[in-house]
Structures are given as structure tokens and as C-alpha cells.
Design a protein around this ligand. Structure first.
Ligand code: AP5
Length: 224
């Protein structure tokens, strides 16, 4: 049957943090389009060169390119029992493309979880976000600092340097929030109409508290 989850929410709302925990607890692949693009960027692939300008300026990568990458990823064997999509879909075109891709396979999204956090809180979070250059673990200098040596990943056996994302600079954060409100937020209504939407008001909650809300939703879903 499979559990196919779409994580919705503004940049910095905590989609990646929550998707990581769901993935670990339910044994599902965490598919983040942002992570896929950043990996290509880091490796200097052709795709990386194509998307660099969009990522660094906070604009969306064109829909056709993004949809074809996701369609390809979903054909991989680890997606057979479900997956968590983080950062996709991000426009009406992408949402409809995903529905039609799944329709062809006789499948559908199980749940769309919207992590709802006000812009002012997001700006504070993103300015303090750091991630491990080696394993990608997400930290926050204010809310989730590494427990060991400052500036180093504390995952066992990693110790990678913590870096700031290029798009977490103040001007780019504002641009990403504008793009979110204009292009991505409207797809919340798309999933609401389909009866798949679950909103989690996450302002002021710790990551564990947000996960508690999400777990209640997952347990109430007939597929878990
Ligand atoms: P992407 O990587 O998807 O970035 P995003 O949506 O902007 O989301 P973020 O990764 O910034 O935030 P998040 O919600 O995952 O929050 P996180 O858990 O890290 O996309 C980057 C770019 O790629 C886009 O701008 C675009 O160019 C391109 N792209 C990607 N997908 C695309 C698509 N589908 N179409 C077109 N283009 C696409 O948490 C943020 C911080 O807050 C962390 O430091 C974390 O530790 C902290 N935190 C988390 N939860 C809490 C909490 N409850 N309390 C306090 N702090 C918290």
C-alpha cells in the first residue's frame, strides 16, 4: 500500500527536520529536492550548473526540470513502500504533475502535512541554521546547537564542518519567503480539496513537540 507523504510549509518551517525523523522512524526514503539540487551543485554536475542561479537567488528551479528529476527518483526501488517528499511539490504545476504521475501507477498521496510557522520566526531560524558539509545533518545555533565541539557535526563518526547555506543570507531568505507566499502556499488549498491536508501549527514548538503532533496524524492515518 505504501505511505506517501508530502511535506508542505515555508522555507525554514522545519520540513527537513521533521522529514528526517519520520524517515528514521518509519523506514522511508526522505526525498528533498533542495538536497538533490545542492548535491549536484557541490559536485559541479551539469544539473548543478543549471540550477545554481536559481538556488542562490531564492528562485524556483523550472517546473519541467524539477518534475522530471522527481519522476525519475520515484522509480527507484526504495520508493516502492512509500516515501516522504520534502520541498516538492512547490507550485500548482508540480502538484498536478505529481497527481498525474501517481494516477498512472494507480497510486496516490496518503497525507500532505503543512508545518505552519510565521515569517518572523522563520527569519530567526534560518539566519541561525547550519548544516554538516559531510552528512547534511541540520543544526541551529539558537535552537539545536551541536552538543560537542563548536562548528562540528556531532553525529557519531562524522565531525564534518558546519556551514551556512548560501541562500540563508537575509536578502535571499526574504526572496524565498516571497516566492513561497506567491507560488507554493496556494497548493495547500489543492491538498485540502482532496481531503489530504493536515496542518500543524508549529509556532513556538520544539522539533520534538512538532514531531509529536505529526506522529498523532500518522497514527490516525489508516495506513500506519
Ligand atoms: P529547499 O532545500 O527545499 O529549501 P526550503 O524549502 O527553502 O526549505 P529549507 O530547507 O530552507 O527549510 P526546512 O523547512 O526544511 O527547515 P529545516 O528543517 O531545515 O530548497 C532550496 C532551493 O532549491 C529553493 O529555493 C529552490 O531554488 C530549489 N528547489 C527545491 N525544491 C524545488 C522545487 N520543488 N521546485 C523548484 N525549485 C526547488 O529547519 C530550518 C532551521 O530551523 C534549522 O536550523 C532547524 O534546526 C531549525 N528548526 C527546525 N524546527 C525547529 C523548531 N521547531 N524550533 C526551532 N528551530 C527549528
Amino acid at each position: 500500500m505504501g505511505l506517501r507523504i508530502v511535506m508542505l510549509g515555508a522555507p525554514g518551517a522545519g520540513k527537513g527536520t521533521q522529514a528526517e525523523t519520520i524517515a528514521a522512524n518509519y523506514g522511508l526514503p526522505h526525498i528533498s529536492t533542495g538536497d538533490i539540487f545542492r548535491k549536484h551543485l557541490k559536485e559541479g554536475t551539469d544539473l548543478g550548473k543549471q540550477v545554481q542561479g536559481y538556488l542562490n537567488s531564492g528562485a524556483l528551479v523550472p517546473d519541467d526540470l524539477t518534475c522530471s528529476i522527481v519522476a525519475d527518483r520515484l522509480t527507484q526501488a526504495d520508493c516502492a513502500a512509500g516515501y516522504i517528499l520534502d520541498g516538492f511539490p512547490r507550485s500548482q504545476v508540480q502538484a498536478e504533475a505529481l497527481t498525474s504521475l501517481l494516477d498512472k501507477k494507480g497510486e496516490q498521496i496518503t497525507l500532505a502535512i503543512d508545518v505552519d510557522v510565521p515569517d518572523a520566526e522563520i527569519i530567526v531560524r534560518l539566519s541561525a541554521r547550519r548544516s554538516c558539509a559531510v552528512c547534511g545533518a541540520i543544526y541551529n545555533l539558537k535552537f539545536k546547537a551541536p552538543k560537542g565541539e563548536a562548528g562540528k557535526c556531532d553525529r557519531p563518526g562524522c565531525a564534518g564542518d558546519l556551514i551556512q547555506r548560501e541562500d540563508d543570507k537575509p536578502d535571499t531568505i526574504c526572496q524565498r519567503l516571497n516566492v513561497y507566499h506567491e507560488t507554493t502556499e496556494p497548493i495547500i488549498a489543492y491538498y485540502k480539496e482532496k481531503g489530504l491536508l493536515h496542518s500543524v501549527p508549529a509556532s513556538g514548538l520544539t522539533p520534538d513537540q512538532v514531531y509529536g503532533e505529526i506522529e498523532t496524524i500518522l497514527k490516525a492515518s489508516k495506513t500506519v
